[in-house]
Structures are given as C-alpha cells and as structure tokens.
Design a protein. Structure first.
Length: 191
C-alpha cells in the first residue's frame, strides 16, 4: 500500500496552510469590497432634502408633450400623482416602465395619475414610445426637468427618480433607482 498521497511532509503542510490563509484573506477582502460597494450604492441612492420652494416650482411648471402640446403641472393637482424621471438610455428606467404602466392601468379609475418626465432628446423618446407605447402621458423634461429633479431631492441626478405626490400636492414618497411592485403597492396604500 502506497501512502505517499497521505504525506505528513512538513513542507506539504506548510503549503496547505499558506493556501488556506490566502483563501481566508481573499474571502475577507471580498467581504470588505462587497460592504464598501453596498455602502457606495446606498449613498448614491440616498434621497436628499427637498429644496425650499421646489413644490411651488413643480406645480407652476409646464412641460412640452411629444405632440407639441403644453402640459401644466397645476392641471394635475388634486389627485395622487406618480412622477417618474426617466431616459431611453437608462436600463433601469426602461425596465420599470411596464410596471408603471400596469400601475397606471390598475389605479387610474381610483384617481391615480402617472406622468413620465423624459430627460432625453425628443426624437429618442418618440422612437422609444413607438416600440413601447405607454398609457400614461410622457412629457419632455429638458434641462428644466433635471433641475426640478435636483430640487425634489435627487441631488446626485440619478435616474430613474420617482416622486409620489398626495392629492393636496405634498410629497409623500421619493425613490432614486428602479421601483418594484412592492414599492408601488406600499406607496398606493399609504395615501
């Protein structure tokens, strides 16, 4: 019987011990990197404070629709409004649009409104909506939309950014990043 595979050679034991230390070091480094990444993501997705006067700026604002019509935000006051800042070049934005459309379809009879504020070029938005039609209105935000987003607490300018307004015009909820069905369910129940 050959016992060479069960070597008790001190050099072999030392190599195994070094490999084990390296493995634990790599696992530890990976854990630290993971925690750091999670912390960075939490910081990036943290909603900032609403700037003073941003409510008034929003409700006084008007945005151009894709057909050239003007939509005054004041016309949307008086019912709950889900305002979504998005762009065609933003994958999480595009992924959440069907969810927002389903929310709108399910809740518009209950008085809910959804508005997409595109931070994008008009041609890109028109082409996109030909491929993926939405039931809720979409307007063009331009630079004013970006500034409005920052004023409502999106100080890092991340997309998507969603704000829920109560019927009285006050901000009820805000989120930077992709919405989930659970977000929308809990937000709708909160009003």
């Amino acid at each position: 019987m050959n016992h060479s595979s069960l070597s008790t050679d001190p050099e072999s034991s030392q190599v195994r011990a070094q490999a084990l230390r390296r493995r634990w070091l790599l696992l530890g480094a990976g854990a630290v990197a993971g925690l750091g990444g999670a912390g960075l993501a939490a910081w990036r997705l943290r909603v900032g404070a609403v700037q003073e006067g941003s409510h008034a700026v929003f409700w006084d604002a008007s945005f151009e629709g894709l057909g050239g019509e003007t939509l005054r935000m004041a016309s949307m006051r008086g019912r709950p409004l889900l305002l979504n800042f998005w762009a065609t070049w933003c994958p999480p934005c595009v992924q959440e649009l069907p969810l927002l459309n389903a929310f709108y379809d399910e809740n518009r009879a209950k008085g809910w409104q959804v508005l997409g504020l595109a931070i994008d070029q008009p041609g890109n938005v028109q082409k996109f909506l030909q491929r993926m039609p939405l039931d809720f209105p979409v307007v063009l935000g331009g630079l004013g939309g970006t500034e409005l987003s920052r004023g409502l607490g999106n100080d890092k300018g991340g997309l998507p950014f969603t704000v829920m307004f109560a019927a009285d015009g006050s901000i009820s909820r805000r989120k930077i990043g992709q919405l989930t069905a659970q977000d929308l369910q809990s937000w709708a129940k909160s009003l």
